[in-house]
Design a protein around this ligand. Structure first.
Ligand code: NAD
Length: 505
């Protein structure tokens, strides 16, 4: 099965409905564009309402059989799936770099972090366990069943086209649910390659379906009566809309959203490692990671480290992601580039000090690329547009404060609460920080503290809505319904006569 037969011209991205890769009948199409060259790699349809309806109907029809498929059979499909992802990782990474722009090494990391979730899904036998209490009353036992909930939907962003779809459908499916995935329309090709492998691994027809599109398709998934749960990852504006709409329609919703991640640097930190960490986390993937460091808060004497940060950032190599030795590829689109450049302009206008200007970079061989080189602002205040908005580009802001308490208060006042880092050699400072900071992912001398799949991704304030996060134990709870059974079995000797009209067992 190959969704992309080789033929002249851009490939046509298919829908996946009931196990078949099908051509959309839509009149509304977008182009998937290589951000380093502007080459049109493929055309992606915005599915029609009838096609979305067909995908949901296929998922609904498949649920009856799939929920009763033995746990070990579901687990073995995930075992096969992880093996296939591993074998195809270099091929998918090339596609991912071509459509998304990030470096090949980072594209491999994107797939690998998703692969780890699939590996974790192989442990479903010990994750989807209920509880049992014997003799809650004489001869009475209580136990829980963790049952799949039905058709689940996933809506994913452009910045991790492998990892984030893999946060969602493997865990939903291994729990016994069926799934409708709506990938990012900006880079759906690597997602579709993973979906092909999922079918090859043995996921039955209708259990996994894919529709493409934008707001109309998303709104249909959020309101359709057959959909029981919606997983969303993307911006705060869209996530808030998805959370509200799907909640109003009685669905479980998890919405992982935007970020403004701070790194707080105390003067006792290891200077060399900290500067490297700030520059790597600030500019890696062109700043388009939800966990990218976008604000460095230098505390006290650490403010003297600014020149080191600028010099280190200057050494990063900007080029197409497919070129060896590249540190930073292009940003996803011309529109994203224009938005980021507009925000840099606003920073200059509002009086921040542009200590490293990445605008106007020319990359030999790639004159059409959406490149922005590392950009650093000092003397930033919290009222400025560049501080208040998520820039989602290779732009790092540097602020200075006098004390750790001030730094904590500053981070906690920001509307977002996705990731944060503290750099220090003091255990006492680290302990105070982890306790008082109101942010989901906390790194202590770790710049991008994305938890591995035995834990769950989380977030605070404007970065997350819904209580249960992706992967780990939380997502098993999200994708299952608890049923509590209280049972008494009589035999002839224990059977008692008489009617009991109280609530006692
Ligand atoms: P986005 O919100 O623009 O798009 C996300 C998804 O929503 C896409 O599938 C898109 O097609 C769909 N969509 C877009 N506009 C819509 C609308 N008006 N109504 C309904 N659906 C719509 O996000 P993006 O630009 O693809 O991704 C970047 C954002 O994702 C950043 O804000 C980043 O911080 C965030 N992100 C968060 C996490 C996390 O775990 N917290 C992880 C990755 C990315």
């Amino acid at each position: 099965m190959n969704a992309y037969p080789l033929k002249p011209g851009p490939a046509i991205v298919k829908l996946l409905i009931n196990g078949e890769f099908v051509d959309s009948q839509s009149r509304d199409w977008r182009e998937v564009i290589n951000p380093a060259t502007q080459e049109v790699l493929a055309r992606v349809p915005f599915a029609t309402a009838a096609e979305v309806e067909a995908a949901i109907a296929a998922a609904q029809a498949a649920f009856a059989g799939w929920k009763n498929t033995p746990l070990s059979a579901r687990m073995r499909i995930m075992l096969k799936f992880q093996e296939l992802i591993r074998a195809n990782l270099p091929r998918i990474a090339k596609t991912l770099t071509a459509e998304q722009g990030k470096t090949l090494a980072d594209a491999e990391g994107d797939i690998f972090r998703g692969l780890e979730v699939v590996e974790h899904a192989c442990s479903i036998g010990t994750l989807q366990l209920g509880e049992f209490a014997e003799n809650v009353a004489g001869g009475v036992d209580t136990y829980t069943l963790r049952q799949p909930i039905g058709v689940c939907a996933g809506i994913t962003p452009f910045n991790f086209p492998a990892m984030i779809p893999l946060w969602m459908f493997p865990m939903a499916i291994v729990c016994g649910n069926t799934f409708v995935l709506k990938p990012s329309e900006q880079d759906p090709l690597s997602t579709m390659q993973l979906v092909e492998l999922a079918l090859e691994a043995g996921i039955p027809n209708g259990v996994l379906n894919v529709v493409h599109g934008g707001k109309e398709v998303v709104d249909m998934l959020c309101t359709h009566e057959r959909i029981k749960a919606v997983s969303f990852v993307g911006s705060t504006a869209v996530g808030t809309h998805v959370h509200r709409l799907a909640s109003e329609h009685g669905k479980r919703v998890q919405a992982m959203m935007g970020a403004k991640n701070h790194a707080v640097v105390l003067p006792d930190a290891n200077r060399e490692q900290t500067v490297n960490a700030l520059v790597g986390a600030g500019f890696g993937a062109a700043g388009q990671r939800c966990m990218a460091t976008s604000v460095a808060v230098l505390v006290g004497a650490a403010s003297a480290w600014l020149p080191d940060i600028v010099e280190r950032a200057r050494t990063l190599k900007v080029n197409a992601g497919c070129e060896p030795g590249t540190d930073i590829g292009p940003v996803i689109s011309r529109a994203a580039q224009a938005r980021i450049l507009g925000l840099i302009e606003s920073g200059v206008r509002e009086g921040a000090k542009l200590v490293l200007d990445g605008r106007g970079i020319l990359v030999p061989g790639y004159p059409q690329g959406n490149f922005i080189a590392p950009t650093l602002f000092a003397d930033v205040s919290t009222e400025m547009e560049i501080y208040r908005q998520e820039i989602f580009g290779p732009v790092l802001l540097v602020l200075t404060v006098d004390t750790l308490d001030e730094a904590i208060a500053l981070v906690n006042r920001n509307p977002f609460g996705n990731g944060v880092g503290l750099f220090t050699q003091s255990g006492a400072a680290a302990r105070k920080f982890q306790s008082e900071i109101d942010v989901g992912q906390v790194g202590i001398n770790v710049p991008i503290p994305v938890p591995l799949p035995f834990f769950s991704f989380t977030g605070s304030r404007g970065s997350k809505l819904g209580d249960l996060g992706p992967y780990g134990k939380q997502v098993v709870q999200f994708y299952t319904q608890t049923k509590t059974v209280t049972a008494r079995w009589f035999d002839d000797e224990t059977a008692e006569g008489g009617v009991n009209t109280t609530i006692r067992l």
